[in-house]
Design a protein around this ligand. Structure first.
Ligand code: ATP
Ligand code: MG
Length: 443
């Protein structure tokens, strides 16, 4: 329900201008009357004046109403509750104590939607806040993260477009699994078996034959049963695939992309990084160190970790390897057993594959998985059989090796993993507006 409470002011031209706070906090607007629309973030008052923090998508500004100058306005303002939506007209004044340097002296006020008591207050449990996620998204922290998220996606697209990659779209409903059966979400597709996709890779591989370098930004779904701080069941996956490309060139693309994303966030999101206490996010410059999987295992063993050659690296191991790093690192040549069937075995040692994971520093761990794919038809068929996959479901994928096959490589970047690192988050759930995890699909 929308409640409109009007004070006795003529509103004839009131709705016209549409400023954002960020536009008017400069000396050009000093002593000018401007109109703002937004939500009430905080209210403080005495019997002389009311201070109201107005939040709009761009910032938060303190607004003042003096009882002495307009009593009816003061009375109207008294009715306002936290998170009510309002439209105000006021004069821009300097305010040395304000973090933004300016405040607004309100002349006119219109309450658009009077809010019921806002359920989010201080010191509430994480579970409660997740139940109220639709409202919690108004917090400064989440607003800042979502703005950074937008820059990450935007700048990634920019980088791909500048480097001759074509953006494509791929299906989310599939029948041929990419990353193994354990994390597949089943779907009853008109009485046929289908799945939600874990990765768009196989489809990107089909598209390189017509479009060359391609990329997609789409959700991937994985029924992750273990509770970790870096797994969602629905995450946004930025995947790229390049024809005539080996693992070395593939790593170079990743370095450039990451360097570009970080540079963009550091330039565009200074305020947000500050709010998140992340203004120390360092500049990231290529090349990134490259460490062989064998060497990573030795390092871990020396540090007393109980791990053997042939084991995959998990959250804990990657944390140890990256805790004191300033740059991301590549770990390359993993054993073929811990990687997908499609990875190309190394020419010198077929027990390992020409792949690399990119691990973010400061303990965040894997943000990209990538590598060169098998382009030989017979070898691919052999690997599909070895992994006990249903060869019929991969017929189309094998076809790609029959008609002009080429060496090709690609990678998949977890958008929320990158945001977790950039924003310095403890948990991946805050990197996406409505997180999906093993025990949460609401709201
Ligand atoms: P992990 O070992 O952490 O489970 P993975 O080896 O399964 O990762 P890939 O299959 O290589 O990951 O997927 C490519 C990228 O997608 C990963 O590097 C990561 O950034 C992201 N990713 C994978 N699974 C998830 C998930 N459940 N939630 C969020 N991001 C994910
Ligand atoms: Mg996984």
């Amino acid at each position: 329900m929308i409640i409109t409470l009007l004070s006795n002011i003529n509103y004839s031209d009131f709705k016209m201008a549409n400023y954002l706070i960020k536009d008017i906090i400069n000396d050009n607007y000093l002593n000018e009357e401007v109109i703002l629309k937004g939500w009430v973030y905080r209210i403080r008052g005495s019997n002389k004046r009311i201070f109201l923090l107005l939040r709009d998508p761009s910032n938060i500004i303190q607004c003042v109403i003096e009882k002495e100058s307009d009593e009816s306005l003061y009375k109207l303002a008294k009715k306002i509750t936290i998170e009510s939506s309002i439209e105000i007209s006021g004069v821009v004044k300097k305010d040395e104590r304000s973090p933004i340097g300016y405040e607004l002296h309100i002349k006119k006020l219109k309450i658009i939607g009077l809010a019921e008591p806002f359920p989010i207050t201080k010191d509430q449990s994480i579970e409660y806040l997740l139940d109220k996620r639709h409202l919690w998204l108004r917090s400064r922290k989440l607003i800042s993260i979502m703005k950074i998220r937008s820059t990450v996606l935007q700048s990634a697209r920019e980088w791909f477009n500048k480097n001759g990659f074509i953006e494509v779209s791929t299906p989310m409903i599939i029948t041929a699994a990419c990353e193994g059966g354990a994390t597949l979400f089943n779907l009853n597709y008109f009485n046929h078996k289908a799945y939600l996709t874990q990765s768009s890779q196989l489809y990107l591989e089909a598209l390189i034959y017509s479009l060359g370098r391609v990329y997609v930004i789409a959700p991937s779904f994985r029924a992750e049963k273990s509770r970790t701080v870096r797994h969602l069941t629905e995450f946004w996956h930025l995947e790229a695939e390049q024809p005539f490309c080996d693992n070395e060139q593939n790593m170079k693309y990743q370095e450039e992309l990451i360097e570009y994303i970080i540079k963009s966030v550091r330039e565009i999101n200074k305020n947000e990084l500050k709010i998140l206490n992340r203004d120390k996010l360092p500049e990231i410059k290529k090349p990134f160190p490259r460490i062989k999987y064998d060497e990573a295992i030795e390092t871990l063993q020396k540090k007393g970790v109980n791990i053997m050659w042939g084991n995959d690296l998990g959250t804990e191991e990657e944390k140890i390897l990256t805790l004191n790093n300033r740059l991301p690192i590549f770990i390359y040549n993993y054993p073929k057993k811990v990687k997908g069937f499609y990875h190309k075995p190394d020419d010198n040692n077929p027990e390992v594959v020409n792949c690399a994971d990119l691990l973010a520093p400061e303990g965040h761990g894997e943000i990209i998985g990538g590598g060169q794919r098998i382009h030989d038809k017979e070898l691919l068929i052999k690997r599909i059989k070895e992994e006990n996959l249903d060869i019929n479901e991969y017929e189309w994928y094998i076809d790609l090796r029959k008609y002009g096959t080429v060496p090709h490589s690609g990678f998949g970047l977890g958008v929320e993993r990158v945001i977790k690192w950039i924003c310095g988050l403890d948990h991946i759930r805050d990197a996406i507006p409505f997180p999906r995890t093993i025990n949460r699909v609401y709201p």
